[in-house]
Design a protein around this ligand. Structure first.
Ligand SMILES: Nc1ncnc2c1ncn2[C@@H]1O[C@H](COP(=O)(O)OP(=O)(O)OP(=O)(O)O)[C@@H](O)[C@H]1O
Ligand SMILES: [Mg+2]
Length: 283
């Protein structure tokens, strides 16, 4: 079956003004995501990753260029796009786990009956393995569990595209790895399209079909296609080679003159996770 083009960035530029400074967060970004694909946006701090997701979510309007969702121009937020953030405090603290998921459903799908909303919420909590925690409050959950609820809440709305801004960035390494594999299982099960932001090369390679490498100033530095068979094996020499390739793409340029009119932040070191098995030369 031919995959449908679902998200299209066409020469998207976003310029912010802060006082007398102008900041180019995105500069002529173009790429096309097909239905059911897993895309990752990677780049140094300040390279426009969050801005790109916010433009796709409809929270920001591009200064020029356009974003299409299934051929229609994005002009604002919609229930076809749901976002999960890094922030572990993104749930409503006064609502239970089930309450958080059903509340989002009641906003997005007011046409559903209460009973149907609860069924959907329970189905999505099961999907993230939290069916036994439905009556707990956010403060009674671990960080990983909170992110699972945020994923269940977003998926409950039945979006076409799930937008994720460093959703596992605040978690410890073990929880992060567990949630990565759970997300991949959920992605395979629901066939939702994912656009995922990370700083972490290994995370990008484990999960994605395509990787957009942003450079500071918000330009697309490279589009990398990852055709390694799934599940991705960290000890596969091809994985290591791709890791090295991305690492080189992300290395700061040796000398970058600071444009006087731009407020873009300087290059910062990336917190890079190395493949568990080390060198690219291992067989
Ligand atoms: N509302 C805003 N007003 C002014 N400048 C902004 C605004 N939002 C983002 N920027 C600027 O746009 C640039 C890109 O920011 P963005 O948050 O998209 O980067 P990022 O790649 O997500 O960084 P990080 O990895 O640190 O999260 C930065 O220089 C930032 O200061
Ligand atoms: Mg960001």
């Amino acid at each position: 079956m031919k995959a449908v083009e679902q998200v299209e960035f066409r020469q998207v530029t976003k310029v912010f003004t802060a006082g007398r400074r102008t900041i180019t967060a995105l500069d002529g970004v173009s790429f096309t995501v097909k239905q059911g694909e897993f895309w990752t946006i990677i780049g140094p701090s300040g390279s426009g990753k969050t801005t790109l997701l916010r433009c796709l979510a409809g929270f920001e309007t591009p200064t020029s260029g356009e974003i299409l969702m299934a051929g229609q121009k994005v002009t604002g937020p919609g229930r076809d796009r749901m976002m999960v953030f890094q922030d572990l405090a993104q749930l409503f603290p006064w609502r239970t786990v089930l309450g958080n998921v059903t509340f989002a459903l009641s906003l997005a799908h007011p046409e559903e009956t209460l009973r149907r909303r609860q069924e959907l919420a329970r189905y999505n909590l099961e999907l993230v393995g939290l069916e036994d925690y439905a009556n707990l409050y956010p403060h009674q959950l671990s960080g990983g569990m909170k992110q699972r609820v945020a994923i269940a809440r977003a998926l409950g709305v039945r979006p076409q595209v799930l937008l994720m801004d460093e959703p596992f960035g605040s978690l410890d390494a073990i929880t992060r790895t567990t949630l990565q594999s759970e997300l991949l299982r959920i992605w395979a099960e629901t066939k939702v399209t994912v656009v995922f932001v990370t700083h972490n090369i290994e995370e990008a390679l484990v999960a994605s079909d395509h990787i957009v490498v942003l450079a500071r100033g918000g330009k697309v530095h490279a589009l990398v296609t990852n055709t390694l068979p799934r599940p991705r094996q960290l000890d596969d020499p091809r994985f290591s080679r791709l890791w090295q390739h991305l690492h080189r793409l992300l290395e700061p340029a040796p000398h970058i003159p600071e444009p006087s009119s731009s407020g873009a932040r300087g290059p910062e070191a990336l917190p890079l996770a190395k493949p568990a098995t080390g060198s690219a030369s291992s067989p």
